[in-house]
Design a protein around this ligand. Structure first.
Ligand code: KG4
Ligand code: ZN
Length: 339
């Protein structure tokens, strides 16, 4: 495979652009985060996210090209996240990609955000099929089976909150700033023991997830303690919460990996930055002799390199978008492979 792709990602609160060579080599990976400004509101405010993207997008694209030391005429295609995500945020990236593609006579490729998260792993190690990807982020919790490049089968997903959403909400209950995941992770490691919280296994044989009950259990625990005039120990609450999330994610992932006889398990998305989850998955999969890939943290949270990696394979398969491309907030993860 030989191609050079400029990729753009603006689906949530990171304005990102990257140049990717042959789907595996990162020539540049620029991310302008809005976390500092969204912190004040305890979450992402869509209108503010869009405005930030508008301010940053041109600078970020120019920086990505400059750092990669390439000219637009060297490129084979422009790739951009088409969805899912915040529609106003997506549109900023899509319009920038369209303008760039049109003015330089390049094809445009619309990438699914979750496919992008999965393909972050190909920047680390070649993908081995069939594989299973656990995608855990602020907006998603999915187990995806891939029998080859471009083939996606969602075998399990959350029925309510995404794992990252639960982390962020519980962090709020514990008075910690947004995004809460890293804070809970840190606190959890400071506790000796955790508060006992329930595990949502759902029906036997289901690979679906549910985190809203656990979130309510944490809130109820805090209220009960307050009513009794007792202080909660945030570290113990964090550990109890994290243990529950990690145990369910690990158990279901390992079970599916064995049942589907996969050659590789990939973890992706912002929550895969979680130390507890990484350790637990890597230990459990090692026991089963199943190879495990956890990309470095900066490729786990939202970035454009992963979009470029995914687009490289789409480009090879002949997938092209056109200038009628629109932001698709609820875009489904569809296969592009023909078989
Ligand atoms: O993939 P991502 O950057 O954006 C989305 O597409 O949603 O994921 C962001 C989510 C946030 O909910 C954040 O709290 C969570 O990832 N996160 C973590 C950790 N680092 C980030 N959750 C648990 N532990 C972490 N260390
Ligand atoms: Zn994401």
């Amino acid at each position: 495979m030989e191609n050079l792709i400029l990729a753009i990602e603006t689906s949530c609160d990171e304005t990102a652009a990257s140049v990717i060579k042959n789907g595996t080599e990162i020539l540049s990976n620029v991310v302008a985060s809005q976390i500092e400004s969204q912190k004040r509101f305890g979450g992402v405010v869509p209108e503010i996210a869009s405005r930030h993207h508008v301010e940053q997008i041109t600078i970020v694209i120019e920086e990505a090209l400059e750092k990669a030391n390439i000219e637009p005429s060297d490129l084979n295609a422009v790739a951009v996240t088409e969805g899912p995500g915040l529609v106003g945020a997506l549109l900023v990236g899509i319009n920038a990609a369209k303008a760039f593609a049109f003015s330089h006579g390049l094809p445009i490729i619309g990438v699914h955000h979750i496919a992008g998260h999965i393909y972050a792993s190909s920047l680390v190690e070649p993908m081995q099929f069939p594989l299973l990807a656990l995608v855990v982020s602020g907006g998603h919790t999915e187990l995806v089976y891939m029998k080859e490049h471009g083939s996606f089968e969602v075998i399990g997903e959350t029925r309510d909150d995404a794992a990252g959403e639960a982390y962020d909400k519980v962090a709020r209950v514990l008075n910690m700033p947004y995004p809460g995941g890293p804070h809970i992770d840190r606190l959890a490691h400071e506790a000796e023991k955790g508060v006992e919280f329930p595990r949502a296994w759902l029906e036997e044989n289901s690979y679906d997830f549910s985190f809203s009950g656990l979130k309510s259990a944490v809130i109820n625990y805090k209220h009960n303690m307050e009513q009794r005039g007792e202080e909660i120990v945030p570290e113990e609450v964090a550990k109890g919460f994290q243990d529950s999330v990690v145990e369910v994610l690990t158990t279901k992932t390992v079970k599916a990996a064995k049942e589907l006889n996969v050659k590789q398990v990939i973890v992706a998305g912002g929550v895969s930055a979680n130390r507890g989850l990484r350790e637990s998955l890597s230990e459990a999969l090692a026991k089963e002799g199943i190879p495990f890939v956890a990309p470095p943290l900066h490729l786990c949270t939202d970035n454009a390199a992963m979009i470029g990696a995914c687009a490289a394979y789409m480009y090879e398969a002949g997938v092209r978008g056109d200038l009628s491309m629109n932001g698709l907030p609820g875009k489904e993860l569809k296969s592009w492979a023909r078989s």
